[in-house]
Design a protein around this ligand. Sequence first.
Ligand SMILES: Nc1nc2c(ncn2[C@@H]2O[C@H](COP(=O)(O)OP(=O)(O)OP(=O)(O)O)[C@@H](O)[C@H]2O)c(=O)[nH]1
Ligand SMILES: [Mg+2]
Length: 286
Amino acid sequence: MNIQWYPGHMTKTKRMITDSLKLCDVVCEVLDSRIPISSRNPDMDKLAGSKSRVIVLNKSDMADDRHNDAWVKYYEDKGFYVVKADSKSGSGIRQVKDVVNKACEAKRQRDQRKGILNRPLRAMVAGIPNVGKSTFINSLAGKASAKTGNKPGVTRGKQWIKLGNNIELLDTPGLLWPKFTDIETGLKLAFIGSISDDIINTTELALELIFTVSKNYPDAFDQRYGIGEIKEIDKIENAVQLLEQIAEKRGCLKKGGGPDKDRAALILLDDFRNCRLGRITLEYPE
Ligand SMILES: Nc1nc2c(ncn2[C@@H]2O[C@H](COP(=O)(O)OP(=O)(O)OP(=O)(O)O)[C@@H](O)[C@H]2O)c(=O)[nH]1
Ligand SMILES: [Mg+2]
């Protein structure tokens, strides 16, 4: 299953981000802690140019905590300022202001030498769709200023949000890149809801999710659906059988009888996207 998604509004978003960056001191790039490599837009380094950079490893509450700190270290070693955050509960959010200030220290000193004093720092919050950019901003601001939702493309235009008198945040729409070089990347982005389900065969996607999750978290299925012990699944017939078991457990039956795999697929994807299969990380630092 080869997924590609680069709708027209993203070309517009890319242009807006390029223009708005001229006004910003720092780029806070929000990643999904479950896939900290695949949720990075490879165009971001070029777009951000020489701006200061902060990486926000968001949704850390949904990722396997055994790997979260390794990812923090991975990006720190690459020279980024890094924050591990759970924007939903607000955990990790308190340190963001300090990190942003630290990332902008050199710029502030340059400003001072030029006689520019007390100008608020401007931070662009950017990233791929649905990683929690707007939720992160709301959590930082302590109020629901930006619209959020668990699907890609909720934020449509840019929006400035003030954080006291010192920092201004720019919420931006999610941006992907024109072509995923490998099939795995597209799949992982679809698993976490960064790609519109409208262009995807969700039953096929759920089968792929079964292959992927069963590799390192085979117990997740029994724990959620009570279907007995499962080992790693690598054959399509076994994945289909698991979907049928989920359908039976959840009472999804087709009109003519028999398990409704398509509805079970939607249940499985929704459960994964809302952390009901447990905390799962799909990528590990090398
Ligand atoms: N558990 C958990 N959920 C989060 C976190 N951050 C965001 N969410 C949820 O993720 C979904 C997407 O959040 P948004 O803030 O709308 O994401 P976005 O990156 O602004 O998305 P677009 O504007 O569509 O690009 C929402 O359902 C949020 O409640 C987090 O740290 N932990
Ligand atoms: Mg948003």
